[in-house]
Design a protein around this ligand. Structure first.
Ligand code: ADP
Ligand code: MG
Length: 713
């Protein structure tokens, strides 16, 4: 009987029996319960007086400002509905700058005479709340003696029910601000950025003589994640405390054979996935796609795209449901960008588009005007990415994503745009004013010619591109799997708003025929910004050199990537569009920096602790056993085996010495150095520990190995 916990965990997995018979899986094929846990349109109509319902729906569906006089009615209706769902408490649900979500529950209880109580929920409690926010990151926006934070109801994202073993909680999506009104969350600037983009787009559409239309910005976020058996997870202090393995030798087989990607999904995982989907569907989250990803034990979930603000909230919920459901299934869901070195990390592909009056502007149209609009918006996006790549890069910065961006798998840290062959040909034709291949010898006249249908699926998927046009949307692949989408979407909206305005300004200043002017403008835009277009291999060293020659910024790590937040011109831009003030940008810089440094320090501390208290004793013990064996063998005058024992003891002894030296180095870096020194010392220590993993008796190695975590489940 082994005393090694790893072996016990493996045995436990081997003995697992499916706990639910196939026939009783909780799948609601009728979709009767879809959206059941959401205070949506149906619930609004059922629980609110007619006129209040109409007013609320005007805000929810048409973006009309909220009439505050209906708050009491809405609160009462929400409470009645929540009670019918078994809720005892409500909470404002918000997204502080920790990267996660936050909630503080209050029961509906109100005293009503001696030893009696009723359930109540007032309009005031719905609209706003006050929270002691002293421990949320504020980056200097709020001193602890003024530690009040305020939450404000976001009626455009519906309230929902979160269930637990003994009941449920009514969750009300809210924004979170300091008493000065400065944003302390991700939602507030996101909503501001949608407003900025809406305004700029309406202005540009007026140039095209389009009637006033509703602007909708949409997001479809593909979520990648790892699942490992919880028995292993609990034995890895590094995973427990940092979300990633700081040690672990590469197994002989990992992802070389590409045999996991799109492979048949194992029953245990499928059971997990169906449970996740059942919960998401109840929350009105349109979970659509599920599949195995590239790395072993890596998976993806993608919902159908939705209105941006809602899609962001839904992604936060998806991450939570993934974690919770994994735990219930004896699994651990790892959302870190790089839990395992040597295999692919996890991203969150953000598919983004803008629609006007119900038509997606990133979809080539069916008539000359629609195509002119399509090409104009497309070029506005290209211009935005070229001019503000640094800001977009900043939005993906973080200690976790540093291990992914620029690795040989994820998009590079250099931002470039992939358009696909067909669209590249169109752009080329506009730029050069020469004949356009798809149209024979004629020149493409903007606003006069129609484009041939650009077949979506001939756009070969350049997986190495960080920002790819995929037929009717842009897919931003740099964001990390654990990051809040609001971070990058807020930047994207703002820089595109600026670009749309720049185009409107130019058009305003050009007298004469609109189509001719537009053609000239687009041509100039392409010439000025085509350096950001790239169709080749984004992973290659040649591209790094080429990008440098083109003057594209390469910001390889968090420290360099967040620097643009402090650049005055960038702050001016965000201020101009009312998305973030200068002090809000400063605070976000401080928070990102502090978060990064703290995370690296924690990782270093965990690595040192594991190396000293888990690895070293095993190596020392094995070494001393060998030394004893050698001296006994010598004493007994054995002719064989001694040289083998000696060779091994030399290796182990050298490893032991190395381990000591490298632990000392890391210790010193933690005491006196910064993130850079700590990371370098960790890499150095890891080399020694991973080499020892191959030397030490397998049955005594204390940490679950990669080949186990990634393959045994
Ligand atoms: P892929 O081949 O990259 O998986 P999909 O068509 O499956 O492409 O889309 C991936 C994600 O993009 C999904 O969440 C999908 O709903 C979303 N998506 C599709 N069209 C749009 C759009 N117009 N705007 C935003 N997201 C979209
Ligand atoms: Mg995709």
């Amino acid at each position: 009987m082994s005393t090694n916990n790893r072996i016990h965990a493996i045995n436990a997995i081997a003995e697992r029996r499916p706990d639910v018979p196939l026939a009783t899986l909780p799948v609601d094929t009728s979709l009767q319960t879809y959206g059941d846990d959401v205070f949506g349109e149906k619930e609004i109509r059922a629980f609110l007086p007619k006129s209040a319902a109409a007013k609320l729906l005007a805000t929810v569906n048409d973006g009309k400002p909220l009439d505050p006089s209906i708050a009491a009615d809405v609160a009462h209706a929400m409470k009645e509905w929540a009670l019918s769902k078994g809720a005892t408490h409500f909470t404002h649900w918000f997204q502080p700058l920790t990267g996660g979500t936050a909630e503080k529950h209050n029961s509906f209880i109100e005293p009503a005479g001696t030893a009696r109580a009723i359930q109540a929920f007032s309009g005031k409690n719905l609209i706003g709340g006050e929270a002691d926010a002293s421990s949320f990151p504020s980056g200097g926006l709020r001193s602890t003696f003024e530690a009040r934070g305020y939450t404000a109801w976001d009626p455009t994202s519906p309230a929902f029910i979160k269930r637990h073993a003994n009941g449920a909680t009514l969750c009300i999506p809210t924004a979170f601000c300091a008493h000065t009104g400065e944003a302390l969350d991700s939602k507030t600037p996101l909503l501001r950025s949608v407003q900025a983009l809406t305004k700029a787009l309406k202005r540009l559409m007026a140039h095209f003589g389009q009637p006033d239309g509703r602007v909708s910005v949409t997001l479809g976020a593909e979520q990648e994640y790892f699942l490992i058996d919880r028995g292993f997870y609990l034995q890895r202090p590094d995973l427990l405390q940092t979300g990633r393995t700081v040690f672990g030798a590469a197994p002989a087989k990992h992802q070389q054979l590409d045999d996991h990607y799109y492979g048949a999904i194992r029953p245990r995982i499928l059971k997990f996935m169906t449970e996740v989907e059942a919960q998401l569907w109840k929350l009105g989250i349109p979970a659509k796609t599920r599949h195995n990803e590239v790395a072993p034990a890596q998976f993806e979930l993608a919902p159908i795209f939705e209105d941006l603000n809602l899609a962001v909230d839904h992604n936060m919920l998806i991450m939570e449901v993934l974690r919770r459901t994994a735990e219930r299934n004896g699994l651990e869901c790892l959302l870190h960008e790089k839990p395992f070195s040597g295999v692919n990390g996890s991203g969150k592909h953000c598919n983004w588009s803008i629609a006007y009056g119900g038509r997606n502007l990133l979809e080539p149209g069916t008539n000359p005007k629609e195509n002119a609009i399509f090409l104009t918006v497309l070029l506005a996006v290209i211009r935005a990415i070229d001019l503000h790549a640094d800001l977009l890069r900043a939005s993906t910065a973080g200690a976790g994503n540093d291990h992914r961006l620029g690795g040989n798998e994820a998009p590079p840290a250099i931002l470039s745009i992939f358009l696909g062959d067909d669209l590249s040909a169109v752009v080329k034709a506009i730029e050069t004013g020469t004949s356009w291949a798809a149209r024979g010898r004629t020149k493409l006249k903007i606003g006069v010619d129609t484009l041939p249908p650009l077949p979506r699926d001939t756009t070969d998927r350049n997986r190495t591109s960080p920002f790819a046009f995929t037929g009717n949307k842009f897919e931003f692949r740099a964001p990390g799997s654990s990051q809040n989408c609001a971070q990058n979407q807020m930047v994207l909206n703002t820089i595109v708003a600026e670009s749309l305005d720049a185009l409107s300004d130019k058009l305003d200043a050009m007298p004469g025929d609109f189509n001719t002017n537009l053609q000239k403008l687009l041509q100039r835009l392409i010439r000025a910004h085509k350096r950001v277009l790239f169709a080749g291999d984004g992973y290659s060293a040649a591209w790094q050199r080429e990008a440098a020659a083109r003057g594209l910024p390469d910001l390889p790590d968090t420290i360099s990537a967040i620097a643009p937040l402090k650049v005055s011109a960038n702050q001016t831009l965000f201020e101009k569009y009312g998305v973030l003030t200068r002090s809000e940008m400063d605070s976000r810089y401080e928070i990102a920096l502090e978060d990064y440094e703290r995370r690296v320090r924690i990782e270093g501390g965990v690595a040192l602790e594991i190396a000293r208290s888990m690895i070293r004793p095993v190596v020392a013990d094995e070494f001393s056993k060998l030394a004893t064996a050698i001296s006994i063998a010598k004493k007994d005058g054995l002719k064989v085996g001694v040289s083998g024992l000696k060779a091994l003891s030399l290796k182990l002894g050298a490893g032991l010495d190395d381990l000591h030296v490298k632990c000392e180095r890391l210790d010193k870096a933690l005491a006196k150095g910064g993130a850079k020194e700590i990371l370098a010392a960790m890499v150095d220590l890891r080399r020694t520990v991973d080499a020892l993993e191959y030397l030490v008796d397998d049955s005594r190695w204390p940490l679950p190995k990669y080949r186990e975590m990634l393959f045994v489940y």
